[in-house]
Design a binder for this molecule. Structure first.
Ligand code: PEP
Ligand code: MG
Length: 567
């Protein structure tokens, strides 16, 4: 068995088509007739543009407009005068076209591949794709026609470039294996969009396999088998059937409401970090945003975002969600989230220190800029303000007073906002849980942050591997806390949601239904899974299970019972 990066889920079993790398070597020679060489180069550029536009069109038709943007990006790069202009200059200086293409592309590849940002590094592989295509055109090399591979083919390549992906006929390719690339590489994105199982970055796989070898591609686990025995194949045939069945089940839930088995409608929202993620939430069928982690707008930049920048970012998310709820959590820094330019001092106990709402209330000028940005965005949709790390009622009152100050300012400036905007709080500390009944009178809604609630209830640093065995939302203490919060919120008539990871845990969902949770906020990719699990449980069944669970005394027994009862 060979290990790689699981890039596109599912199981593929088939016969290998090895895509051999072409020899793109050439003899660099001095050119006297530079005009003729420039014409040869320009012809190659024109042919590249025609081919690439056709590929973009192919992807748009067969995969989707968003994925076609990858090839459109190649067209934009070659149309940018910098790249082609530099190449032309080198030809005018007497270099052959192949040498000019190689030198300029290699320079950009070197520059982009050193960048920290994943997206920027991805541009290095885009340019490498452009370089290969141009060299093939200049050297007159014809590619293997991927569009003609037989049904049941597993493609194996050093790198599966977007141009190769554009030729894939989905019905014929059952798996993809490459030697390079990660989860965010374009080949991974395209493989996922095509729903073809893919394992990337399997070392030396092109040297290990040959054409027509049998391969199993487990894109869920990142495992690859070459010429496995019959027993392994039978196991994977069963796994493949199970996967296909589960996927078909999930597809049934696209566009459906989120309802329990006995017909209670619940809300299924998404957690996001950037305005663009809101698009993902819509694509994944999320019904709103239950947590917009606004601190990401403050990171990866040298200074605070202005009110205008924040307003634009919040408005973008709100407009993408088109009238659906968007809960924006105000700045939650400190603990494990550092923002260097704020110059926060290193603390003995950062998770217990100067962070989140504590920092914001002590720096109210900065906080008001954020509140004004959120209020202004509220004129464009259904926005709610959420306060992180609340431990006492004074904090909620203080935030509400600042919100009122901002409202007064905006009113006198004639700027529009939602007069009835709700201000709710995250319940994620032991203190907030214990006074949930008091907080529920002050907050317009609750959202339970189980990631921190587990940390603060169990007194266990959520990032410390040594004590990770205690970090579980299934600990009896945490479950009791969750139940208490939901019941206190429901008794006061406010909405109670959950935006911690536990909201999407199939084992936790029946307990949350039993406790009376109304809003579940999950990672966009888990929307359909959560909707499917919710649909399987009635309140009566969930209550019966919750009663047994709450009678147990250890986390191990609880998880065992929940696993045994899972649907
Ligand atoms: C939480 O604590 O559960 C939560 C959702 O917030 P974060 O993970 O950003 O602390
Ligand atoms: Mg938290």
């Amino acid at each position: 068995m060979y290990k790689g990066i699981e890039a596109s889920r599912g199981i593929g079993i088939g016969s290998i088509c090895l895509i051999v790398e072409h020899d793109l070597s050439f003899e660099s020679k001095h050119i006297d007739d530079t005009e003729a060489e420039k014409a040869r180069f320009n012809n190659a550029i024109e042919a590249f543009k025609t081919e690439t536009s056709a590929m973009a069109e192919n992807i748009r038709k067969n995969i989707g407009p968003k994925e076609a943007e990858i090839m459109e990006g190649h067209l934009a790069m070659i149309a940018d005068p910098t790249m082609a202009g530099e190449m032309t200059k080198m030809i005018e200086a007497g270099q052959c076209a192949e040498a000019a293409v190689t030198a300029v592309c290699d320079m950009f590849i070197g520059m982009f591949s050193k960048m920290e940002d994943d997206m920027m590094r991805q541009r290095a592989s885009d340019i490498s794709d452009i370089k290969i295509s141009l060299l093939k055109l200049l050297l007159g090399i014809e590619d293997v026609d991927i569009s003609k591979v037989a049904p049941g083919t597993v493609l194996v390549a050093h790198d599966l470039t977007p141009s190769m992906c554009s030729q894939i006929v989905k019905e014929n390719v059952v798996g993809i294996i490459t030697e390079v690339g990660g989860k965010t590489s374009h080949s991974a994105i395209l493989a996922r969009a095509l729903e073809i199982p893919a394992v990337l970055s399997v070392p030396n796989i092109t040297e290990i396999v040959k054409d027509k070898d049998t391969a199993i591609v487990d894109g869920t686990e990142g495992d690859v088998y070459i010429n496995p025995d019959g027993e392994v194949i039978s196991q994977y045939v069963i796994k493949r059937e199970e996967f296909v069945k589960a996927q078909a089940e999930l597809k049934k839930f696209i566009g459906q409401k989120t309802v329990t088995a006995d017909g209670t409608e619940l809300e299924l929202f998404c957690n996001i970090g950037t305005p663009k993620d809101a698009r993902k939430a819509v694509e994944c069928d999320g019904e709103g945003i239950g947590l917009f982690r606004s601190e990401f707008l403050f990171m990866d930049r040298p200074h605070l975002p202005t009110e205008e920048e924040q307003f634009e970012a919040y408005k973008e998310a709100v407009e993408i969600m088109g009238g659906r709820t968007v809960i924006i959590r105000t700045l939650d820094i400190g603990g494990d989230k550092d923002i260097p330019y704020l110059g926060l001092e290193k603390e003995e106990n950062p998770f217990l220190g100067y962070r989140a709402v504590r920092y914001c209330l002590a720096n109210s000028d900065m906080y008001k800029i954020q509140l004004r940005g959120i209020l202004r965005a509220s004129a464009f949709g259904n926005v709610k303000i959420m306060v992180p790390l609340v431990t006492c009622v004074d904090e909620v009152r203080a935030v509400k007073a600042l919100v009122e100050e901002c409202k007064n300012e905006l009113r006198s400036e004639g700027v529009k906002f939602d007069e009835n905007i709700e201000v709710g709080c995250m319940v994620e500390t032991a203190a907030a849980s214990l006074i949930a009944d008091i907080l529920a009178k002050e907050a317009d809604f609750f959202s339970i942050g189980t990631n921190d609630l587990t940390q603060y209830t169990m007194s266990v640093d959520r990032g410390n591997a040594e004590v990770a065995y205690l970090y579980s939302a299934f600990q009896p203490a945490v479950l009791r806390s969750i139940k208490n919060i939901i019941q206190a919120g429901n008794a006061a008539g406010i909405t109670v949601g959950m935006c911690g990871e536990a909201a999407a845990d199939p084992l936790m969902i029946p307990l949350l239904i039993s406790f009376g949770l109304k809003e579940y906020s999950v990672n966009p990719v888990l929307v359909l899974t959560a909707r499917s699990i919710i649909s399987k449980w009635s309140k009566a069944e969930a209550d019966a299970l919750a009663e047994k669970v709450l009678a147990l005394t250890t986390e191990k027994e609880i998880v065992e019972l929940l696993k045994a009862s899972a649907k």
